[in-house]
Design a protein around this ligand. Structure first.
Ligand SMILES: *Cc1c(COP(=O)(O)O)cnc(C)c1O
Length: 423
């Protein structure tokens, strides 16, 4: 009832209803390969669309500034307990509105303006909120940025250690948005301990892999863990901050009253539902299949002569350098989209091109794995990616249309969660 069909929206606001329906069809008809995206379950959609959106609840369970929290308190307590149990952490805050506000709360908890932090540079695979200059985090703090090595496309932890020794950051972020390799949390923890910094693991992209046992966990190494809830974790758009008992109160105060007002209770409920789903054995199988699919896709692209940053993948994502194909990331992404294959253009480390038309594209398997595709389909998809990119270099729209038709044939057997086209 809370996903298309949407008769009440259609009745009162046909313009928006038609756009929601069109977006639902688009999500159904595309092989969605953007690594930060997914399909949530109908249960998550229902919770996000519930009347919990009507309630104000500034504060935390048992300590609110408004009356009427008999049920909201229980919802938030359940979300917190489920997060703590699933990740195995002392403390979870489930109120951050999204990943960037969650990271901002961490700055507020541990840094004064102008103090030094360290994070991975955006073009190297980091996130804007890890101190990149155009972000508030880069403007308000003294940001020291690390990257990957040009020859390996991988982090050099000796370089990170040297930089940390020289710059004395109070906070070090690890994790990012375009890192195809396992993050070495123990090594980061050792560096942070040596220089007396708080280690923050931002696992926004890989949280689902972590709880599914398909990527090592930062628990026991990072002082603070931030994550979005809507990427591999397959929940609503939102975020969480998890900490050791020592840092719990600093982080809670930073989120509220430091940075936010009332929590989005409908989102909290949907996070609780997603965490319950992620605790099921089927989610472990999902997380491992995401990685198996990414490996299969990486192998199939490598066989076709593509250049993968770092030479492959350990997780859910692949970063392609399209320089040898003689096409920019943006034209490639646009051609792929016309072919029914949705990716995003992305800078590659040491990219000679501009961020608005960089050398790379980023490809991920979380959404198509939710839809039920497996290794055998990755071979097909790699073939279509290759055909569409070659066609784009020759302006051959006929081939692109044929690939789009093949994509539609494949997806017809894999219904999209949350939307029934016949309804
Ligand atoms: C996606 C992401 C974020 C930001 O999340 P938003 O919800 O888009 O603000 C932060 N950090 C990392 C590593 C991410 O991948």
């Amino acid at each position: 009832m809370h996903q298309p069909p949407i008769p009440h929206v259609a009745g009162t606001d046909p313009e928006i209803a038609e756009l929601i329906q069109a977006e639902a069809r688009r999500q159904r008809d595309k092989v969605r390969l953007i690594p930060s995206e997914n399909y949530v379950s109908v249960a998550v959609l229902e919770a996000s669309g519930s009347v919990l959106t009507n309630k104000y609840s500034e504060g935390y369970p048992g300590r609110r500034y408004y009356e009427g929290q008999q049920f909201i308190d229980q919802v938030e307590r359940l979300a917190i307990e489920r997060a703590e149990r699933l990740f195995g952490v002392d403390h979870a805050n489930v109120q951050p509105y999204s990943g960037t506000p969650a990271n901002l709360a961490v700055y507020l908890a541990f840094l004064q303006p102008g103090e030094t932090m360290m994070g991975m540079a955006l073009p190297m695979g980091g996130h804007l909120s890890h101190g990149w200059p155009v972000s508030a985090t880069g403007k308000w703090f003294r940001s020291v940025q690390y990257g990957v090595r040009a020859d390996t496309g991988r982090l050099d932890l000796d370089e990170v250690r040297d930089l940390a020794r020289r710059e004395h950051p109070r906070v070090i972020f690890c994790g990012g948005t375009a890192i195809p390799r396992t993050i070495d949390f123990p090594a980061f923890a050792e560096i942070a301990r040596e220089v007396g910094a708080v280690l923050v693991a931002d696992i926004a992209h890989i949280a689902g892999l972590v709880v599914g046992g398909a990527h090592p966990s930062p628990v026991g190494y990072a002082d603070v863990i931030t994550t979005t809830t809507h990427k591999t974790l397959r929940g609503p758009r939102g975020a969480m901050i998890m900490t050791t008992a020592e840092h719990a109160s600093a982080v809670d105060k930073a989120v509220f009253p430091g940075l936010q007002g009332g929590p989005h209770n409908h989102t909290t409920a949907a996070i609780a539902v997603a965490l319950h789903e992620a605790a099921q054995p089927s989610f472990r199988a999902y997380a491992h299949q995401v990685v198996a699919n990414a490996r299969a896709l990486a192998d199939a692209l490598t066989t076709r002569g593509y250049t993968l940053i770092s030479g492959g993948t350990d997780n859910h994502l692949i970063l392609l350098d399209l320089t040898p194909q003689g096409i920019g990331g943006k034209s490639a992404a646009k051609a792929l989209d016309r072919a029914g294959l949705e990716v995003n253009y992305n800078t590659i480390p040491f990219d000679p091109r501009k961020p608005f038309d960089p050398s790379g594209i980023r490809i991920g398997t979380p959404a198509i794995t939710t839809r039920g595709l497996n290794e055998q389909h990755m071979e097909q998809i790699a073939g279509w990616i290759d055909e569409a990119i070659i066609a784009a270099t020759k302006d051959d729209e006929e081939v692109i249309e044929r690939v789009a038709a093949n994509v539609a044939d494949l997806l017809a057997d894999f219904p999209m969660p949350g939307w029934a086209p016949s309804a």
